[in-house]
Design a protein around this ligand. Structure first.
Ligand code: PBG
Length: 340
């Protein structure tokens, strides 16, 4: 009979360190705090309006006056920042209201900065909420003969994105966040901002954005579904990971201050790879509308315990490497974290 070899030290018994709440708290590796959160908000024209979004229980489109109250509540709970999305009065092929000095987002930025000066105001910079066709760029209407009719034209779109970013900066935005996945968008926006004297306005780039089905509820919220086709000519294929590193490298080269991966939960491997490959840049993750809707729906049915799964999901996103999390759960999660 062969003898079982004895280890030199007694085998570790990890449960010793899980015995009490205090020991567990001391050894916790990832601590979620409200300062990790950025709260995405939707603003629409009018006054006194709170228009709930059916597929995102608890989330609404707000008129500017009501948005200010909502953002102030979030700020009170310790959430330092909002990401603004606008639903304009009129849409046209170029999305002109996007850079109008009195556009809906510009009005909202000024009102927020006046009411809560310390609130960090970030803005989404894209065309899809403003164009009548719902696409993220200018469409080919015979301008480019090599491209099919209706294709999104990259470089003409860059000029508009740069104008939009400058107009948000003029209104008082702290950071601008281009989300359209156009090639060269960060460079064009950086140049536009610097030229206009806004070298202090930072760029959070949606550097790695997948062509995801999880944006469904957002498209209801922002009234921005494409009228035809899809976004696969500019957003990334969900099957690709190496390509994410290339996108990150390009945006860093172009001058991005913060990178973002979107969506979050189905892409935690991407978050981890990007944070390990580029540890010198802050990294954000967008816990998108569909991820929110899933947990809300399960909780509403009593199938999941909401507080537990929301905090678990957000902790997972942070553990994977995100320092900032855009999440519709921001207010509730901040409230739960405060309660302890
Ligand atoms: C585009 C944009 C989208 C989201 C944020 N910015 C939608 C899209 O690409 O179709 C989705 C966010 C979410 O689902 O919560 N401006």
């Amino acid at each position: 009979m062969s003898e079982v070899s004895q280890p030199m030290f007694p085998i570790s018994r990890p449960r010793r360190l899980r015995r009490t709440a205090q020991i567990r708290a001391m050894l916790r590796e990832t601590e979620l705090t409200p300062t990790d959160f950025i709260y995405p908000v939707f603003v629409r024209p009018g006054a006194g309006i709170r228009q709930p979004i059916t597929s995102m229980p608890g989330i609404s489109q707000w008129s500017v006056d009501r948005l200010v109250e909502e953002a102030a509540e979030a700020f009170e709970l310790g959430v330092p920042a909002v990401m603004l999305f606008g639903i304009p009065e009129h849409k046209d092929p170029m999305g002109s209201e996007n850079f109008a000095p009195d556009g809906i987002v510009q009005q909202a930025i000024r009102a927020l900065k006046q009411a809560v000066p310390e609130l960090v105001v970030m803005t989404d910079v894209c065309l899809c909420e403003y164009t009548d066709h719902g696409h993220c760029g200018v469409l080919n209407e015979g301008i480019q003969s090599q491209l099919p009719h209706g294709a999104i034209l990259n470089d003409p779109t860059l000029d508009i994105l740069s104008k939009v970013a400058v107009s948000h900066a003029q209104a008082g935005a702290d950071l601008v966040a281009p989300s359209g996945m156009m090639d060269g968008m960060v460079k064009a926006i950086r140049a536009g901002l610097d030229e206009a004297g806004y070298d202090q306005v930072a760029i959070l780039s949606y550097a790695i954005k997948y062509a995801s089905g999880f944006y469904g509820p957002f498209r209801e919220a922002a009234e921005s579904p494409p009228k035809f086709g899809d976004r696969k000519s500019h957003q990334m294929d969900p099957a690709n990971a190496r390509e994410a590193l290339r996108e990150a490298a390009l945006d860093i080269q172009e001058g991005a201050d913060i990178l973002m991966v979107k969506p979050a939960l189905p892409y935690l491997d991407i978050l981890q790879r990007v944070s390990q490959t580029y540890p010198h840049l802050p990294l954000a993750a967008y816990n998108v509308s569909g991820e929110y809707a899933m947990l809300k729906a399960a909780a509403a049915n009593g199938w999941l315990e909401e507080r537990t799964v929301v905090l678990e999901a957000l902790t997972g996103i942070k553990r994977a490497g995100a320092e900032l999390i855009l999440t519709y759960h921001a207010k509730e999660a901040a409230h739960w974290l405060k309660e302890g």
